[in-house]
Design a binder for this molecule. Sequence first.
Ligand code: 3PG
Length: 211
Amino acid sequence: MKSVGEIMRIGPVIPVLTLESVEQCEQVVHALYEGGVRVLEITLRTAVGLKAIEHASKFASDIVVGVGTITTTTQVKEAKRAGATFGVSPGLTHALHAAAKDIDLPLLPGVMTPSDILRALSLGYDTVKFFPAQQAGGLDMLRAFSGPFPTLQFCPTGGITQESVRSFLDLPNVICVGGSWLTPTAAIISQNWGEVTRLAHAASQLARLNT
Ligand code: 3PG
């Protein structure tokens, strides 16, 4: 089993996918793969989320598929059964931590405040999601976190764009970045898979300060 830190080092950007159908899942994942993506997150925000994880983890065996937007312990178990290799949650509770630990699902928990971070550190996490990154202070907040929490690594997610991703990856406490900008709604609706591959390629090529 890979650790969260190892999974976060697979690529500089983790695409966050919210899918409408299993067919769409296949097309989107294929386009991202063509662009060099080898790790991604499928959220449970739509009814097809679990089915998409199950499908993607079978047909895209070269890609590490995680589950996103985990908010309940039931989802932790269902996602692991569906084939998710790691989980991402917008926040952290003891119950989520215990459920993920219990079934060996590496968890990237969300934090937004110093108190959230203290809870994550006390539960043994060395890598967390900073969410919603842009809205919660962006680059300045991450720089401020590096003072009291010098060893903690962040995957900022939320509000990050193709234009801003570079500056996030340039921070020493950023291990990778998450976001949905690689799969714009307009490109998905018009089935412009070339555009998804182009955005994925640009993201996959990004260097990070922290490797
Ligand atoms: C998430 O689910 O982690 C974020 O909502 C993704 O944020 P974005 O859509 O602003 O990239």
